[in-house]
Design a binder for this molecule. Sequence first.
Ligand SMILES: [Zn+2]
Ligand SMILES: [Zn+2]
Length: 354
Amino acid sequence: MVEFTVLASGSRGNSAVLSAGSTRILLDAGLSARELCRRMQGCGIDPATLDAILITHEHSDHVRGLGAMARRLGVPVYLTEATHREWRRIVCPQPKQTYAQWLEALRARKAAAQQAGQPDGRPGELESVAAGLALAAEAADGPESGLLETEALVTEALETDALESDQSATEAAGPEAAGQKSGNAAHLPEVCYLKPGEPFSLGAIEVHPFTIPHDAADPVGYVFRAEGVRVGVATDLGYVPPNVAAQLQGCDLLMLESNHDLDMLRDGPYPWSVKQRVLSRVGHLSNDAAAEFLEQNWDGRAGWVILAHLSESNNLPEIARLTAERALERHAASLFGRQLLLAQQDEPLSPIAL
Ligand SMILES: [Zn+2]
Ligand SMILES: [Zn+2]
């Protein structure tokens, strides 16, 4: 039997569990490890039976409990290399320094190495390396810091302790302990890199990761296949490009983002820059965009449709449901008895048996 359970969905945390035969995977870990375990147990799922954690992208509402959960269960984490790198950078931020400070530190290291009798570098090497690295640091600083700030606003919860609750405790123990611990915070028992477009097997489950348009390092959606059942998951995407539409055909269960109502977003509380980001091609899918896909670009086969990642500030469950219902009714292959569900932020959906 294949079973799909949404533990949480929305800008304050996303996670779901997929089970097939004796294989069980956690898709995203966007709540604290404690809360993830609590919700799983409430759904009759023993967290100790998880075989792996799969990640869509590094935004905090998808990875908040990742490190703690993976270490607690000792399970491998599957994600793209770029997502892993970005996650590590967020979990273990490097101390900020000016170019002058950095150059001074480099010179000091160089002088110490010379005093220790190590071979000298080529003349001029220091300056050219320094200039190159400074440029790289500058390039890395600009858009990324803006993105994080924006994401923090958009996730509707500025949680500086989001990644791990134990981080702040160790910082209280002094900088050295904090440094050691922040190193540990990025430790995962096993990391497996996946590539969009390259399917792989996890026990009884075939995993098909595919690229989605979203402002993260290398975000992916997933289609899972097991026991003849196909489950498609696509949230956090600015629009539905042809590659995503193609993946989401033939599903028995489809979980699709229905993030915001366009009018509510335009008239809502977000600053204009954040509104632009949400509305952009790498932002989030509106109710109307989700409905347009469901009506016009989708085969309509799935018996289960779950609307997910609803904004709490810029959407209402009734509007999202009505918009999708109308689209599904207008669909040529309208199914009698199809279940349309809304994933919740604060409580799990009942497990769906497929
Ligand atoms: Zn995101
Ligand atoms: Zn998200």
